[in-house]
Design a protein around this ligand. Sequence first.
Ligand code: ADP
Ligand code: MG
Length: 352
Amino acid sequence: NISEEQPVIRQLDEGAINRIAAGEVVERPASAVKELVENAIDAGAHRIAIDIADGGKTLIRVTDDGCGIAPGDLALALLRHATSKIDGSDLLNIHTFGFRGEALPSLGAVGRLSLTSRAAGHEAAEIAVTGGRTDPVKPAALRSGTVAELRDLFFATPARLKFMRSDRAEMQAISDTVKRLAMAEPGVGFTLRDVSGGGEGRITFRADSENGDLFDALHARLARILGREFAENALKIDATRDGIRLFGYAALPTYSRGAAVAQYLFVNGRPVRDKMLTGALRAAYFDFLSRDRHPAAALFIDCDPTLVDVNVHPAKSEVRFRDPGIARGLIVSALRAGLAEAGHRASTTVAG
Ligand code: ADP
Ligand code: MG
């Protein structure tokens, strides 16, 4: 009987849709931390505190002093494709980390998420969602900003829970995520704390907000994150070509690494992992480093948002340049020029 075998097409319910989306957006605790910290940065926060327990598996709490959410908007914040950051008319012109309106509904679908927030001119309020079921908004106590608390990540998706690595490995990934964001935002203070076992918790990473001009603030932040030695052996890079600006710090060949671990690349303030860009970095150092050494660098590419598509993947760590050749050429030429000049300076110092 054919009609019995005929597959039935049905629309998935919102809960299933959110759990599927969560599989893309939230791969592990570090991706949840990334989404919540990016939301805090987008909210204009100056200080962001991140508390973690058990590698983020039982608790991720992000507290910010940003603009907050009005009580009437709390339920919307948890709805899929609801965002305050774009109006949908120009997907090529994006200046915030977020824009998909996917993170909070995804996190609420696979864990227990609560948002406590206070916007200027409003009372504080709280909303909670557990495995996709949302509770009504209730009054809360908070002076300002937002506290996003995510407990028991993946409790609603046991298959994903099995893929978690050790607490230590997950904490390492969280720390790496926070460091990348802290490099991208030297004007924002970050504290990452491990509160496993109760008490005040152990501060794993702390960077106070840096003031001063862009390069001073960035240099101080890099010294904090990558170490004094990197900062003292780093060349300042600042070059612009065809509407694309490359700036940041790249280490002298004498400060190189056996593995490509200290390579941090950002496009329009967004940490990215991009083969084309790391390839360009390698090419720039080709004449200056032996094959088994890797350059250390923190480099920022800023351009008109219409020249680069950040819409490639929900986790948004990939980007696509409209003309990859320009970015690549700029990295290779600016770094080679800087390295050659530094080498020249070093040899004349020795000679003189
Ligand atoms: P997106 O960041 O793509 O807009 P999210 O699901 O991460 O989507 O967040 C939905 C909305 O909730 C945001 O657009 C913002 O208006 C609000 N929001 C989330 N986190 C914060 C925060 N920490 N401070 C202020 N508003 C927030
Ligand atoms: Mg977001």
